[in-house]
Write a protein that binds this ligand. Structure first.
Ligand SMILES: [Zn+2]
Length: 268
């Protein structure tokens, strides 16, 4: 059957003029701050909060995060850690600025720390700062009451990490999966990407993941769903709770990507 849906936009509109919508509380413990290009997640832990990803390295992105955290009623001095999914500029942003000013710890995969230090992308130079800790594949990071699983998912980049974490929707517990990378770049390894997809989707199935979180709203109608969440009325399901089958369907788009990349490269 031919799809009647709008084709998804794989590439975030880097460099576009943007204004950020208000910071959005999506779950009791998870909020989104960002724009049409990229965003970050604020995860409250019962003992401060962490950020997953950090937007782009420009001052406007940094100020958007600072303002968003304030608007959520949080204090930046309670920022404990920044978990960076992979070593691209639109995810590590100004993580070191937050560390210098608020003393948080920075996490990134070992291979992608090398990437961020050696390969400049777009207009951004390589990073000149150190991370505090590398992730452990299959490890659990604990912050306050939060336990977040860190899974090495090479493909988009060699050291890309994906996450599984509990989220609460007015007290109801769900499990969220966040795929760390999206498109396949010229230097992405499609075979590694596919193997990572298989492994991550299986882990998500085992963990009964029924919520999808994504750093790039162009991939999942994120901004539109945030707008809905900001005005949602009691009794209407949270649009980020998509069910276990829905999560598997959502991950299908990444299988499509890798399939397209393989065909394009004559590998299939
Ligand atoms: Zn990337």
């Amino acid at each position: 059957m031919k799809s009647w849906r709008t084709p998804r936009s794989i590439k975030p509109p880097f460099g576009c003029e943007w204004t950020a919508p208000p910071a959005t509380r999506i779950f009791d413990n998870v909020s989104f701050i960002g724009n049409v290009i990229v965003g970050c997640y604020v995860v409250e832990t019962g003992d401060g909060f962490i950020l997953i990803d950090c937007m782009e390295p420009d001052d406007k992105s940094r100020d958007t995060i600072v303002q968003g955290i304030k608007d959520l009623g949080l204090d930046l001095h309670d920022l404990k850690a920044i978990l960076i999914s992979h070593g691209h500029f639109d995810h590590y942003g100004q993580a070191d600025w937050f560390r210098r000013n608020y003393g948080c710890r920075i996490y990134l995969g070992r291979e992608d720390t090398v990437l961020a230090k050696t390969v400049a992308l777009d207009k951004w130079p390589v990073i000149d700062w150190e991370v505090d800790e590398y992730y452990e594949d299959g490890g659990i990071l604990k912050f306050g009451d939060l336990e977040i699983m860190t899974i090495l998912t090479p493909g988009h980049t060699a050291g890309c990490y994906s996450f599984i974490l509990p989220v609460y929707d007015e007290g109801r517990k769900h499990m969220a999966g966040m795929w760390g990378g999206s498109g396949l770049l010229p230097d992405s390894d499609p075979f590694a990407y596919q193997a990572s997809l298989d492994r991550f989707t299986k882990l998500c199935r085992d963990q009964h993941v029924d919520v999808e979180l994504c750093a790039h709203p162009t991939l999942d109608n994120g901004l539109e769903r945030h707008a809905l969440v900001r005005t949602i009325v009691n009794g209407v399901p949270n649009p980020f709770v998509i069910g276990e089958a829905g999560f598997a369907y959502y991950m299908g788009q990444y299988y499509d990507l890798v399939e397209q990349a393989m065909r394009k490269r004559g590998l299939k």
